[in-house]
Ligand binder design. Structure first.
Ligand SMILES: Nc1ncnc2c1ncn2[C@@H]1O[C@H](COP(=O)(O)OP(=O)(O)OP(=O)(O)O)[C@@H](O)[C@H]1O
Ligand SMILES: Cc1cn([C@H]2C[C@H](O)[C@@H](COP(=O)(O)O)O2)c(=O)[nH]c1=O
Length: 690
């Protein structure tokens, strides 16, 4: 994974696996069975709609939602039970039997032609599917070399979910054909029969599978347990770790609720907007195609843009799309907007799994479970809400009227909730606080990383000072090792004959020591963020005027433990004040003096705080979230000015860190024998050894 979170796209990962014959055949079987699964969801809900066409819209919506519930509830509740059973059964036989049973169930639905049997068939199909999944889950990796296991899982997922848009498109076409040939009453029959045939084809594909591993399937963890465990073990906001999974989960909940809400009322909404099953299929096609495209797009777009920001923005985009779907009463607009909603949802989902870090499998299990439960919640709640609200004609100003449908109103409510969850997720996940969003996005569109503009005053006095000494600052969070490394480098430079002034912030001068006591004393309560910022800047102004500048004018090397970037990171990112303002204030306080080199020691806050032995001071006692923001702030500053920074992983050994710092400092020291300047050669002797 790259720094921006880009990962190898799944298509590339799956390449080459298709040359393994048994695996290729298994993929064909998985694709057929998944196609049948997605088709069965649409066909059974359409059948429920056709059988209740004489009811009012609300009554019809309830029945359709019950069919959907019957198809989702078993996946949430019975998955472990099915897994336990699957371990005892033979894979091939069970897969073939499951496909044949699903074939029989789907054929029976149009023949029996009753709402109750449609519901029962939906439940049975879902239960049988639960047996099929554990049989195939472990099989893919067993058919490929060990180093391709992850790729095999990814390819399996592509086959399982990638068939959803194909199924939705096929369903629309079948609905159009059936509508024109048999009329509205029998529209779902054709889809049901074709779905049955697809399951039969899947059974045939499995029976042709030669290298199928023997024995039973794999056990399947309960989605409820996975979601609960993930939530408990996920680092909270601001904690270190691959990414705050709770923030991710919040985003995924919003996205899944939106998709579930759209699907749960799509059939009746399409009817209300004058479209039949073909309209229903078109919404499902647009949504699922968009989803697939979004998942494909996420690792490829806006390379330099923060994936965390991308996820938050995608959830907000999903909510806005849903708002539009709920308000605009035009089927064509709804279909297109459902497509955009799908794209945003896909981007959010993929960005979420990318952000989940190295443990992709665990994250996938957790986030998928959260998504499944959210879909279930949407299907259970949205249609009844639509029924309760009902349809109303609202008089607008003048002669205008607005027909508020129950489905539209329910979608509107979900959209507002998702918008809120998107904004919270964005806030929780944002790792570039203080960096304005629009310029950041504009820079990413140009393929660049946005950097904060340098304050105007910064350049004024710097060159005159730089002519003599060298200024090196050490930055980083608590306990990162700044003091240790600043001391080691000072010793090393002195050993080589340099005049070195070792200093620190806050507290390098007499006034500074008083300010330090005030700033770090836990008894100092109620200090406003602005006052804190000004006190650090005052300490710095005194420090520069009385210690740093005189030393540099003498030609010394100044090594400072913290400088301006600490204020930008702590008072800017940590306290969430405008970073630009703080940069300007400090540029004025220091007359534009910036270090020649800033060494940033990066360490997760809990590791750094864990290294400290003395009781925590006022700033160290800040929340985990505060320290995490500070770390993110330092990173953003370093990314914005990579020339000036040396960023080091501070979990490495002291000796390793020291060597890296020495290597970099050698590069900024003057030439061993600078051209024609005697006074400089006497100030900077050559450094030849480390
Ligand atoms: N690379 C390292 N690995 C493990 N421990 C380290 C490392 N560097 C320093 N330490 C230890 O961590 C503790 C904190 O180190 P140090 O005081 O240098 O950090 P600091 O960044 O200056 O902390 P503060 O933010 O409080 O000023 C010390 O006990 C030090 O010995
Ligand atoms: C310069 C500077 C410092 N701080 C904070 C950071 C630390 O918590 C303390 C200094 O303690 P240390 O042990 O000497 O590192 O002050 C800050 O918030 N803003 C600043 O500009």
């Amino acid at each position: 994974m790259t720094r921006t979170g880009a990962v190898q796209p799944p298509v590339a990962a799956a390449q080459g696996l298709s040359s393994i014959k048994p695996f290729r055949r298994l993929l064909i079987a998985v694709s057929l069975s998944s196609l049948g699964h997605w088709l069965s969801v649409l066909a059974l809900t359409a059948m429920a709609g056709a059988l209740t066409r004489d009811k009012d819209v609300q009554g019809q919506a309830q029945i359709i939602a019950t069919v959907l519930l019957a198809m989702v509830v078993p996946a949430v509740i019975f998955a472990p039970l099915a897994g336990a059973l699957a371990i005892r059964l033979d894979r091939r036989t069970t897969m073939i039997a499951a496909d044949v049973v699903r074939f029989a169930l789907l054929v029976s639905v149009p023949l029996i032609d009753s709402v109750a049997w449609t519901l029962a068939a939906a439940l049975l199909v879902a239960c049988v599917t639960l047996l099929w999944i554990p049989m195939v889950s472990g099989s893919g990796p067993e058919l490929v070399p060990e180093d391709r296991h992850d790729d095999a899982r990814r390819a399996g997922r592509m086959a399982a979910y990638g068939t959803a848009p194909v199924a939705a498109g096929l369903f629309s076409v079948l609905a159009l054909i059936a509508g024109s040939v048999w009329g509205a009453a029998d529209r779902a029959d054709l889809a049901l029969y074709l779905t049955a045939v697809v399951f039969l084809a899947s059974a045939a594909a499995v029976s042709a599978l030669s290298g199928m591993p023997a024995g039973g399937g794999v056990s399947v963890p309960s989605p409820l347990r996975l979601a609960f465990q993930g939530l408990r073990s996920a680092p909270a906001e601001g904690e270190a770790g691959p990414a705050p999974l709770r923030g991710l989960a919040l985003g995924v909940v919003g996205v899944a609720l939106s998709c579930g809400a759209v699907i749960s009322v799509a059939k009746v909404y399409a009817r209300e907007l004058g479209g039949g099953d073909a309209g229903y299929g078109a919404i499902a096609t647009a949504l699922s195609l968009g989803l697939a495209f979004g998942i494909f797009l996420a690792p490829r777009i806006l390379g330099p843009f923060s994936r965390r920001r991308l996820l938050g923005l995608a959830v907000v985009a999903v909510a806005l799309d849903l708002l539009l779907i709920s308000l605009v009463q035009n089927l064509v607009v709804v279909v297109f907007t459902a497509g955009f909603l799908g794209v945003a949802a896909g981007v959010a989902y993929a960005a979420g799994t990318i952000l989940a870090g190295d443990d992709q499998e665990r994250a996938f299990g957790y986030l998928s479970s959260v998504a499944l439960i959210s879909v279930l919640a949407a299907v259970a709640v949205v249609p009844p809400v639509a029924g309760v609200v009902g349809d109303h004609r609202i008089k607008l100003l003048g002669d205008g009227v607005y027909d508020l449908t129950g489905a539209g109103a329910a979608l509107f409510i979900v959209a507002v909730l998702v918008l809120l969850s998107g904004l919270i997720a964005y806030r929780r996940l944002d790792d570039r606080r203080g960096i304005p969003l629009l310029p950041d996005l504009a820079a990413a569109l140009r393929g660049e990383t946005y950097t904060l503009p340098a304050p105007e005053t910064q350049t004024v006095a710097t060159p005159a000072v730089r002519d003599r000494g060298i200024f090196i600052a050490f930055e980083g969070g608590e306990g990162a090792g700044k003091t240790t490394q600043a001391r080691l480098v000072s010793i090393w430079l002195r050993d080589h004959g340099f005049e070195v002034v070792s200093t620190r912030e806050p507290g390098a001068t007499k006034t500074g020591m008083r300010l330090r006591a005030l700033l770090l004393d836990k008894e100092t309560t109620g200090l406003s963020d602005r006052a804190e910022t000004l006190l650090y800047a005052a300490d710095r102004a005194d420090h520069v005027a009385n210690v740093i500048r005189p030393a540099m004018e003498r030609g010394a090397i100044v090594v400072s433990d913290r400088y301006i970037d600490s204020s930008l990171a702590y008072q800017g990112f940590g306290r969430q004040q405008r970073v630009d303002d703080i940069a300007r204030l400090n540029a004025w306080a220091t007359a534009g003096l910036i270090p020649d080199l800033t060494v940033l020691l990066e360490l997760p806050p809990e590791a750094g705080l864990g290294r400290l032995t003395s009781p925590a001071d006022r700033i160290e006692s800040e929340s985990q979230a505060f320290h995490e923001r500070v770390l993110g702030g330092f990173r953003a500053l370093a990314e914005a000015d990579p020339e000036r920074y040396l960023v080091i992983d501070a979990s490495r050994s002291q000796a390793e860190i020291s060597r890296l710092i020495q290597d970099r400092i050698r590069a900024i020291l003057p030439d061993p024998i600078p051209a024609g300047t005697e006074d400089i050669t006497s100030t900077f002797p050559a450094i030849t050894d480390a």
